[in-house]
Ligand binder design. Sequence first.
Ligand code: THU
Length: 141
Amino acid sequence: MAEAWLRDEDEALLAAARLARERAYAPYSRFPVGAAVRAADGRIFQGCNIENASYGLTICAERVAVFQAVAAGVRQLVAVAVVGPGDEPCRPCGACRQVLREFGLEMRVIMAGEDGPVEVTTLDELLPRSFGPDHLGPQPG
Ligand code: THU
């Protein structure tokens, strides 16, 4: 369920996502999105959407942020903020929900537009009964 209240750390993550949005490369959709993930150790990693003339190669802001974190050695994410254009909170697409789930089943999700309301929920609410690494049994590495 969406919650009206925001913690200080949510505000900081949102601010990071808003900054990342300024670096979005979205000449085709003109829908710039910024994201930021918080690692369990408090570090923040940013992402923006990066489109391509071959449209299908576009990657969403959330996945860029997650991949930045994983490439830095982080495997546990506790929160994500996503900011899109307009007044509506920007919701992560289905593909990004699945990618986020891989590294943070209990993740807090903060969603916003340029203006308007901020929504806070959990990944479990956005992707209930999901499939994840635990369903594959023990994996090497
Ligand atoms: N997009 C994101 O980056 N994140 C979302 O949560 C929704 C969609 C991007 C993908 C594409 O570049 C543009 O927004 C329009 O779909």
